[in-house]
Design a binder for this molecule. Structure first.
Ligand code: PLP
Length: 386
């Protein structure tokens, strides 16, 4: 099988498993315990926090470990917006882009439904890009927070985060970015990006599912979502997942080692794959920005098919990929991301995403491109309307 669904998840890396193993077995202490087992767990957690902070260019105290990207996004969007409105009741609006992951979008909608906020949605262009002009048009004196993703999980478009964050900063509005898909491929230096909050998730990087982290700049107040014993400096209660934090820190470090060269190499393979798919399926439409896109994502619409059928047919030919995004899987609805980019609902239903990790080879992608042609032709021949 050729696994081309790395944007959905990745296997745990051997080095990561080795690093976390002691904290699942012999060194199983609770970091809050006042004895030697607790102390060694607390040290491991502190080390993991320092390493994570190093990778994100921030201070250890600015890292909150969470149960994954979804929780990090919820904590950023709700936690910052609620804390700001408590400090100033006029701050009752949040800004998100039209292509956010549901973890951000639904957090904003929750603020609207339950807490009386208004949500302003920045539109994207046909390549899925948020422009500075489009963001400037929705910023208001009442905006409590802006949340715009770094790289899109369905089409791979990379946003000009530093420029968008700088724009928000001119109006003193905190800026959060969901960097779950960017991590491992793009620079994550929070100081250079100029963001106030940034979410990452371990399982996209070779750490286990259920582990993430949120960077929150020191001066930004955060209303916690999970209440209890006051762990994570009161920002996220609950006994810390020491092994998970160690895993995330290890995976992040590994992913940053030689990242630029690896990203360039995979981007080249991606472009060859895109060329081969287009040659095999002349009607294929590449979705997302052809240039400013994740090295690891090639996404298409195949008019005259259904994405779901192509996906099944591809699996029969030994290629695993995803139709739309795994996070929205199980729904037959056309992708809101593609609709926001101006695709009609029928075309949006034909979307297929191929996403790779750094182990991908040219030979695998050649084989996959040939399978794409076979699968699309076979699905089109079954569809009486095509
Ligand atoms: N944000 C983006 C852009 C994602 O792609 C995902 C998962 O696919 C998430 C957030 C959620 O992360 P997690 O699966 O760790 O909850």
């Amino acid at each position: 099988m050729i696994f081309l669904d790395a944007a959905a998840t990745t296997p745990v890396r051997r080095e990561v498993l080795d690093a976390m193993w002691p904290f699942l077995t012999g060194e199983f202490g609770n970091p809050s315990s006042r004895h030697s087992f607790g102390d060694s767990a607390a040290r491991a957690l502190a080390d993991a926090r320092a390493v994570t902070a190093g990778a994100l260019g921030c201070r250890p105290g600015e890292i909150v470990f969470t149960s994954g990207g979804t929780e990090a996004d919820n904590l950023a969007v709700q936690g910052i917006a609620l804390a700001r409105r408590t400090a100033d009741p006029r701050l009752d609006r949040v800004v998100i882009s039209a292509v956010e992951h549901p973890a951000v979008e639904e957090s904003a909608r929750f603020l609207e439904r339950v807490h009386g906020f208004s949500v302003d949605v920045v539109p994207v262009d046909s390549l899925g890009r948020v422009t500075e002009a489009a963001l400037a048009a929705v910023l208001r004196p009442e905006t409590a927070l802006v949340s715009i993703m770094y790289a899109n999980n369905e089409v791979g478009t990379v946003q000009p985060i530093a420029r968008l964050a700088a724009l928000a900063r001119t109006q003193r509005i905190p800026f959060h970015t969901d960097a779950v898909q960017a991590a491992g491929w793009l620079p994550l230096d929070t100081a250079a990006l100029g963001v106030d909050a940034l979410s990452i998730s371990g399982h996209k990087l070779g750490a286990p599912k259920g582990q993430g982290a949120l960077f929150v700049r020191g001066r930004i107040r955060l209303e916690p979502l999970i209440h209890g014993g006051g762990q994570e400096r009161g920002r996220r209660s609950g006994t810390e997942n020491v092994a998970g934090a160690v895993a995330l820190a290890t995976a992040l470090t590994l992913s940053q080692d030689g990242q630029q060269a690896r990203a360039a190499l995979v981007a080249e393979l991606r472009d060859d794959f895109i060329g081969a798919v287009r040659a095999g399926v002349p009607g294929a439409v590449l979705t997302g920005d052809p240039a400013e896109r994740l090295p690891s994502v090639a996404s298409f619409c195949f008019p005259g098919t259904s994405g779901e059928s192509v996906l099944l047919e591809l699996e029969r030919h030994g290629v695993i990929c995803s139709s739309g995004s795994a996070c929205a899987a199980g729904s037959d609805e056309p992708s809101p991301v593609l609709l926001a980019m101006g695709f009609d609902a029928t075309t949006a239903q034909t979307a297929v995403r191929f996403s790779f990790d750094a182990t991908i080879t040219a030979a695998e992608l050649r084989e996959a491109a040939a399978a794409v042609r076979t699968a699309v032709v076979s699905v089109q021949s079954l569809d009486p309307t095509s």
